[in-house]
Each structure stands twice: as C-alpha cells, then as structure tokens.
Design a protein. Sequence first.
Length: 252
Amino acid sequence: MSLCAVLNAIKPDFLLCYAEPAVQEWVKKANNNLWNWEDSAYRAGLTGLTTEQYWAFVKFYRAQSAYGTKHLTDSADQPFSFRLPAPLLESLHIIDTNLGGSVQAVWPTIKSDAEQNRYLISALCEEAIASSEIEGAVVTRKEAKEMLLQNRKPKNRDQQMVLNNFRTIQMLNERKSEPLTVELLQEIQRQLTENAIDDVGDSGRLRRPDEPIKVWDEEDQQTLHVSPAAENFPERLRRLCQFANDDGTKLG
C-alpha cells in the first residue's frame, strides 16, 4: 500500500504518536527487519496503532532515509528510490570480510600458476552450477562439473544452461572493467540463452511491441505487474546502464 493511500484513509492527528519511544522502536524494527505490508500488519496491534497508522510511520521512516534516482523512473515518470539499511550494510561487511579472508588464506598456499588456474576454474564451475540450479536446471554437481572440466558437449538443456552460465561468467570476468551498455546486456542474454530456449531467434534481442508481458495472480485473480511498453525499452535500459555506471559518489 502506498503512503498516499494510507494518508487518505486515516486522520492526520495520529502523527503525534510518532514521538512516543515505543512507536519509534517498532518502526525501527520494521525497517531493520525489512518488513513488508503483510509483516507490518501482523504486528500492528503490538504498537497500539491501527495497521494503516503503523504502515504510514514505516513509510515515513523509509522515505526520509531513501536515495532518489535521477535515471530510473516508473511508468508515470516518477523516480525510483532505494535504501541502504544498517542490517544490509552489516551483512555486506561480513561477506566482504569473511570472503576476503578465506580467499587470502587459500591463495598463498597455491604455489604454481597451473594450480591457481585449476582453483579458479573449479570455483567458476561451482558458481555456474549453483546459478543454473537457481534458474531451475536439474543437474547433478558431479556430472555438470565433469562436463565443464572435460569440455564435453552438453547432453540436454539443463547441462546447456550450466555451460552457458560458465561461459558468461568467464566473459564478464574478462570484461569487468568495461562500462555497462545495452549492447553488453544483450550479449549477456544471448550467451545465457544460447541453445537453451525454444526459439533461438530470441537470444540477444529486446522484446518486441507485439510481445506484451503481464504478471497475473491466479489466487486473487488480479494483475500484479504490467511490463513497460517495449518501444521504451532501449531508453529505459540506457538509463539503467547510466545508473549502474555511476561511481556512487552522487547518490540521490
């Protein structure tokens, strides 16, 4: 539920409740734990507020700490915003610290260039297999890894997905210093879908105007999302690349 919809449904004098320490604590919990509307509604009774009032405070808090985007807008040309909550930054710090430590601990023990290359290839294989499994590929890690290490031809579409992911990761590692472009995004899509989708002509191209996309909720019988018009895709992707290529010093 949007903030405007919430405010239209409640009286403005409830804002005085925000000064209460208990309410502020519950608002902080909602944002530190990234609660959505359903999560917040479930706990609203513990705050002494109605569901709408509690959600309004949560939305206020998020709006105050959000970064606006100059390049990314919705279908009404309103800019998107994003937040960097403390728990997220803490998690990223833990990942960076532990991953860096583990790699540094292993790498010095690998003496030769050949051993280092084998270690890197093995790590890339594991990443390609894990990514493919997330995408729905049904493979055994043993067979998939043997296929990659022995440079065997994939036996089925699931193994093809693993190979595509592996090659794409290698390509991105080689081109990681390049700025993100629409052409690079299309190349990534082409490599990921090569011989792994029904229509090979769909690899490496943008959606056409005659290919509308709607996300439909069968349970509630309602449309959840309508994709932006295909003719606007090139410009929207260009803006996305511009946002991704920013160095992070001009947030907001």
